[in-house]
Design a binder for this molecule. Sequence first.
Ligand code: HPA
Ligand code: ZN
Length: 344
Amino acid sequence: MLTERMKKLIYEIPKGENHIHIEGSIPPEVAIRLAKKNGVDLPWKTAEELAAHLRQPFASLDAFMESDRMVNSVCQTEEDYAEVLYALAKQAKDQNIIYTEYLLDYPLNEIRGISLETVVNGYEAGRQKAMKELGVDIVFIAGIDRSLSSDMSLKFIRDIEPYKDIIPAIGMDCEENGHPCIKHKAAYDLAKEMGLYLSAHAGEDPNAGDMAVQNVWDAVDKMGCVRIEHGVLSIRDEALMKHLAEKKILLTTCPTGNCPHVFPRLEDHPLKFLMEQGIPCSISSDDPPYVGDLIETMLRTADALNLTEDDIIELERNSLLYSIRGQHHLKEFDAWVEKWKSEN
Ligand code: HPA
Ligand code: ZN
């Protein structure tokens, strides 16, 4: 049971969130409205029905991705993308999130014939509005759909070149099983040449077998990633954990998003263990409509893993210390923590 003091800390601490997929995070009420507007026939007719579907425990990452791709099909125009982005920023503001990094999984839109320009312009309009009206600082990460061919991922990185100022980072996501990181090395080499920040989902899906651990090694040592999304299956390899700790590779963990398909219960999640190995970790929600928003993720995880106040502060500080944008928000964060400690 969490103490009232711990709950207060989780609600009030200024937060960064490094790992959230825009396409997987469309709020159900927005998704249903856009589906009606655009004539998209979803199997769910009301926001309540859709919300209930999204909150069911998914048996595998692949099953989750099937749902993710379907819900995303409601977005079609620049205004739709702007609306989704602004709705997410509002949720961030309500949780006292001051800085957030959004994976922009364009390939999920591309296969429906939507242009990159439509998606990026829409999201950017939402981002600008969020900054101006809500003061939430947002950075985009171009998410490569790893299930696509290496030629397609290379083309995607070439295509985002004109948007480098808006999208300063790349990541890789979607189904890990059967899709090794190394397949997309050419895209990462190009992104590195372009000066982009490099990250990747890896070590996430137990169905990927030994490849899950190999993906973390390859992403860090062969592809130049400076952080890993999830990375939780690194617990299977002591040498890898040591390597991540020595190189200070941030793991952007999403404990609620890993259960039950990676770990049966939240109590089994290795976040605390990874922190004890000296690996920098942050905490994120991944896809809030499926697993709860960041505050819910933090409350449930703190309870399940007996996190301490200092653990919470460390996780939130890491999200700003290792941020893509730089360390602009650290001073504000440190001052807040000092005040919290002196007043509480
Ligand atoms: N992993 C991989 N791909 C994803 C995820 C995830 O957690 N969420 C949305 N796309
Ligand atoms: Zn993710």
